[in-house]
Design a protein around this ligand. Structure first.
Ligand SMILES: [Zn+2]
Length: 381
């Protein structure tokens, strides 16, 4: 089957115009040409095969009287191909099927019965079957998980939550499903979704900071997702915040994770109030109601998070930081402390950073995995 997602004959120019239309479309030929610094006739030539094989289509033009000369904008046909994305957590699997524009069509959630690699591969295979059904076979499958996985490599070097080392997950799942498989760190995958289909669209550089079981940071710098083979990137979780702060799991005193991870916040509220039964959500509800001790602990978390975001912006020069993650709802009760710390720690020569808070869902993690698969198939990396 001829496919823009797997076609070795796809030229660099065709790739560029396809990505431009996918991310920014619909666009007129003239607008696409301007954005890509090409002539309109070059765009016509590059898009012709993509129109012929159905990846692009002509959109009915809008109000013709507005711009004078009528032109039919070009757009990617989102229904032309499907992608699958799977996010693995310590105890669950979240999977989505998306169209070419990463709109979720179906999603499912399953428990992981064990961390044994064979079991997990079997569960992923079942999810793939259930999401594919008798429909169009997906073009690729992305898998995201916490750990040092990086897109170009089918091996997961380390995944602490799953207790894995050097697991050839990509090859095993490819053999089980017959699909091209890309395995990626979950925060980077979430960042990729924001880059092409979220708040990062149109931004040359931005950061995504996640708060949940840990703290993470994904970066797009100069239009490229920052990655490092076999290594983590954006490892902000153990940045030092305060010399006399609480201890993290690794024994650091006063690191960001010791203040702001959901487990650390829960522990601090539960022990202060002597209520070991409290969940993170219950702690958050107490803080939202104004319980003074809970409120103070969340404010400390917000302060740590603000300092982390300022540090990321100071180092990279990004002007947009997207906040997400399982515990991002904490922002609602600690925004003031967050903003104060962000302002206090942003370098005096920098302009203020825009912060966008993205409400969290697990299917968004899985969607990120689908986008990583899409990016790898299109960009061939
Ligand atoms: Zn630490």
């Amino acid at each position: 089957m001829s496919s823009v997602l797997s076609d070795a004959h796809l030229t660099e120019g065709m790739r560029s115009v396809f990505v431009e239309l996918l991310v920014h479309g619909p666009l007129s030929r003239a607008e696409a040409a301007r954005r890509l610094d090409l002539s309109p006739s070059a765009v016509t030539k590059l898009t012709k095969p993509l129109l012929q094989n159905g990846y692009l289509l002509h959109q009915p033009s809008g109000d013709r009287s507005m711009m004078g000369r009528p032109s039919q904008p070009l757009a990617v046909d989102p229904a032309r191909a499907a992608l699958l994305g799977v996010k693995l957590t310590e105890d669950e699997l979240f999977a989505v099927r998306t169209d070419l524009r990463a709109e979720i069509q179906h999603e499912l959630r399953r428990p992981l019965l064990s961390h044994a690699v064979d079991d997990v591969v079997t569960r992923i295979g079942e999810a793939v079957r259930d999401l594919t059904g008798s429909g169009q076979p997906p073009a690729a499958l992305g898998i995201s998980l916490a750990g040092t996985a990086s897109g170009g490599d089918p091996v997961v070097p380390t995944s602490p939550f799953l207790g894995w080392r050097d697991v050839p997950l990509g090859d095993l799942v490819a053999a089980a499903t017959g699909l091209p498989v890309v395995v990626e760190n979950d925060v980077r995958a979430l960042t990729a979704a924001q880059q092409w289909f979220g708040a990062g669209v149109g931004r040359h550089s931005f950061a995504l900071v996640t708060v949940g079981a840990g703290l993470g940071c994904g970066l797009v710098i100069g239009g490229r997702l920052v990655s490092a083979a076999g290594r983590g990137t954006g490892l902000v979780g153990h940045l030092s915040i305060h010399d006399n702060g609480p201890l993290c799991e690794l024994g650091h005193r006063g690191c960001a994770r010791a203040y702001a991870s959901s487990a650390a916040v829960r522990r601090a509220v539960a022990s202060t109030l002597d209520r070991s039964d409290l969940t993170f959500e219950a702690c958050l509800a107490l803080a939202a109601e104004g319980q003074p001790a809970a409120r103070r602990i969340f404010e400390d978390a917000g302060h740590a998070l603000g300092q982390v975001v300022a540090t990321v912006a100071n180092i990279t020069g990004v002007q947009l930081v997207i906040l997400s993650g399982e515990a991002v709802a904490m922002y609602d009760v600690c925004a003031e402390a967050f903003d104060a710390a962000l302002t206090a720690h942003t370098h005096w020569t920098s302009t203020p950073v825009d912060v966008v808070v993205k409400p969290f869902t697990f299917s968004e993690w899985a969607r990120g995995a689908a986008v990583i698969a899409l990016q790898h198939r299109i960009l061939g990396r």
